[in-house]
Ligand binder design. Structure first.
Ligand code: 4AD
Ligand code: MG
Length: 440
């Protein structure tokens, strides 16, 4: 015998005037004596279930009385259209079966501090807001992969245990690796997708990436998920065009398919709807001028000298000048990773760009054209104090049929934070890992 329900709450409209069995958890209960109203949630949605003392056997009514917040249960009843009900339907309950009790559920509808909720993350993910956020996350991930697949990209998975660094050596998580020395948790899959790109032309990897960053900001996780496309023969400009088409497609799909969740999150979607290509581009040099000209507009966005990195307030100031995401391109090469192609006209800058989200959500993408010349790449590896020996396999990609190529990495949590209008990225991943959090 199966315990599965007849239908999900999301599909309830197809069952009007039919008797169904639903299975789920009690989100909320109101006991009015002879009538009990139960908000049942089953993961796909919530539905008001009405248990009337007059209409159900005594045992069923007693079972309904026993239900507490987050008890799991199965309910059988008649689906009735009701214009007043949220979603347009209610269930007139005929039978109730308790499956798992839930005495003293720790998260009540009253306000809890975020630390308390984070300590109970395993339960918090059931709450309406968290549920909506994580659904949007799932949609972004599905949309990203489907869009890339439709454009002829091949998913090419990169390893998590790696022997070398790619994004600096100061933020590596290290672990012993048998007799082979130290292994590091991948900061990026990029170097490996470059190998895939030479095999398949257009590839992407998608997986968790790790940075032992001691930064306690609302944008940093120590474990985050990154999607990294890489394209053979693509120049820096091709790369930017791909990114704007990609990001706008993701946003439009979330608006289209997850509007109910965005509503729960009270997200103003008119700002998102404007996220259409082309996105504005501004050079690092012009960004410095813009910061200079707008002194005092945003706290902390103080003028910079050429060669300084942009801080979060600077990014916020730049983004505030535009109504959609903006590319900041051609940073000083010294600020960026060793593999970035220098601008042939101006070798002190790299053919790279960061994509800044509107409304102060900061950098959501980092990307660049890659160095395709073996000698120059080897020189850069040395300049960065890295071991040329360890990168022989990567240099091989430039020794055997090298081509100009470009790619980028998009952090899923930052994108979800922006799309959903969530200040802190810790809520955009089921179990965030941060400087001060490894539990649960
Ligand atoms: O700019 P980043 O460091 O670029 C790379 O890792 C390249 N190898 C990507 C590539 O070209 N294939 O990181 C890319 C993106 C950032 O724009 C941001 O969205 C996200 O990854 N990111 C983080 N997200 C959360 N927490 C952190 N600590 C992050 N660090 C980077
Ligand atoms: Mg970056």
């Amino acid at each position: 015998m199966s315990l599965l329900p007849t239908t999900s709450i999301a599909a309830i409209a197809g069952y009007a005037d039919q008797t169904v069995t639903l299975a789920g958890w009690v989100y909320h209960k109101t006991d009015k004596g002879k009538l009990i109203f139960i908000q049942l949630r089953d993961g796909s949605g919530t539905l008001q279930c009405v248990v009337s003392k007059k209409q159900v056997p005594e045992a069923a009514f007693a079972a309904a009385q026993q239900l507490t917040q987050e008890s799991s249960c199965r309910m059988t009843g008649l689906v009735r259209a009701d214009a007043r009900a949220a979603g347009g339907f209610e269930l007139d309950v005929q039978a109730v079966q308790l499956v798992g009790a839930s005495p003293d559920y720790p998260i009540s509808p009253k306000d809890h501090g975020v630390e308390f909720l984070m300590e109970h993350r395993q339960l918090w993910v059931r709450s309406a807001r968290q549920h909506a956020l994580l659904r949007v996350r799932a949609e972004v991930i599905a949309a990203a992969q489907e869009w890339l697949n439709a454009q002829g990209f091949i998913r090419f998975d990169s390893p998590i245990l790696t022997a070398t660094a790619a994004e600096g050596t100061s933020n590596l998580f290290a672990t012993e690796y048998f007799d082979l020395g130290t292994a590091y948790l991948a900061q990026t899959g990029q170097l490996y997708v470059e190998a895939g790109m030479m095999a398949f032309g257009k590839v992407y990897c998608f997986g968790p990436t790790f940075r032992a960053e001691k930064s306690k900001t609302r944008r940093h996780l120590t474990e985050f998920w990154m999607l990294e496309p890489e394209v053979a023969f693509a120049t820096h400009d091709d790369n930017l065009r791909l990114q704007e088409d990609f990001v706008s497609a993701l946003v439009q799909r979330v608006i289209e398919r997850r509007s109910a969740d965005l509503q729960v999150l009270e997200r103003d979607t008119s700002i998102l709807a404007r996220c259409l290509p082309p996105f504005p581009r501004i050079s690092y040099d012009d960004a410095l001028k813009l910061i200079e000209a707008n002194q005092g507009a945003i706290e902390g966005a103080t003028p910079l000298t050429w060669g300084d990195d942009l801080g979060a307030p600077h990014e916020q100031l730049i983004a505030s000048q535009f109504d959609r995401p903006v590319f900041v391109e051609r940073y000083p090469a010294a600020l960026k990773a060793f593999y970035m192609q220098p601008d042939p006209q101006r070798p002190e800058v790299a053919l790279c760009a960061d994509l800044l989200a509107p409304e102060g959500y900061g950098e959501i993408i980092g990307g660049s054209e890659r160095i395709h010349d073996a000698a120059l790449l080897e020189q850069r590896i040395r300049d960065h104090g890295l071991s040329v020996e360890a990168y022989q396999w990567y240099l091989d990609l430039r020794r055997y049929g090298t081509v100009p190529h470009s790619g980028f990495g998009m952090g899923i949590e930052r994108v979800v934070a922006w799309i959903t209008g969530t200040r802190h990225i810790r809520e955009t991943i089921p179990f965030p890992r941060m400087l001060y959090r490894i539990y649960p």
